[in-house]
Design a protein around this ligand. Sequence first.
Ligand code: TYM
Length: 341
Amino acid sequence: MQTILTGIRANEEPTLGNFIGAYKTMINLANEHAADSRVNMFVPDLHSFTTPIDHSKLYAQVIKGVKYYIAAGLDINNPNIHIYRQSHVPAHSELAWILDCFTYFGEASRMTQFKEKSEEHADAITVGLFNYPILMAADILLYDAKYIPLGEDQFQHLELARDIATRMNNKFDRELFTVPASEAEQVKFMHLEKGLRIRSLTEPTKKMSKSSTNEKSKISLSDDPEVAAKKIMSATTDNEGVIRFDMVNQPGVSNLLTIEAMMTDRDIQDVIADWAGQTSYGDLKRKVAETVKNFLSDFQAKVAAISDEEAEAVLAKGETYANEVSKQKLAEVQRAVGLIR
Ligand code: TYM
């Protein structure tokens, strides 16, 4: 059975960018494949403090993260669908250490996210931040996952996981790990033309980022729906005066068209065709603002209806599964590297 796996960190409030790039693509794939694939949507809580956070809030954020998965439409009654916390499955950390010893300092140093985040947090560049992609590789390789729905910014980390898996398979002369599919195959599997990158509403050449301190640049999943609609209405566009999909010259307008298509489950080409030649950016913004407002109202009501106990019960079930599967894989690796017979 093939495995589809992804995780979304819980340290900051996820944005509409996360929702479109990871939640939505994962849930669409779960609906399409869960009958004959394993679908693992876990909470990478150990990845949540590679940069400083308020630790008194972490536990509650993790539980909220689980509610978000369920509210976004993950079918928790399907026996092939699993939700678990990375921290509650010790094999993740144990495998990460072993993978550390098969990852070169030079290749880990090339990770763009590490370089960007170390600039943002120049006063606290931790070894955890540096090791982040290696723990991510362990998250993936422990379950022999082939498809990993991710936004465009994470493909470099996936490539590293592929490199580590290939290196260890060669070194130990066996198929220790399933090598995850390439970026091109992942994109095709997600029914996309290219990796998703939702842009900042205020600076549409940059990605929408949950760590941005400019509230107007992003829509958080907990935003008041009216406030979110206002943010869309004041999104930066351009002076071209005609609605076209052109990420280079009209990134703001193109971003709005992408959000509209993804949030209404429509083909981007159909949405582009609907708006072709129209000149009112106000009309486009009103339509997207309405879509986002309705989505947030509905989503937040669903989140509020899930109790902490329900979320914890889902985790307990998922963690039993994850510990069983990951222990076996960890033992195979321990055997290969000579730690056990
Ligand atoms: P995180 O929480 O930083 O991001 C979660 C997901 O959201 C995607 N994303 C976006 N997609 C489109 N447009 C954007 N503006 C945008 N911003 C973020 C990210 O690409 C990601 O898919 N390292 C992972 C967490 C993780 C993980 C794993 C994922 C840890 N271990 C193993 C898969 C498999 C991350 O970036 O989380």
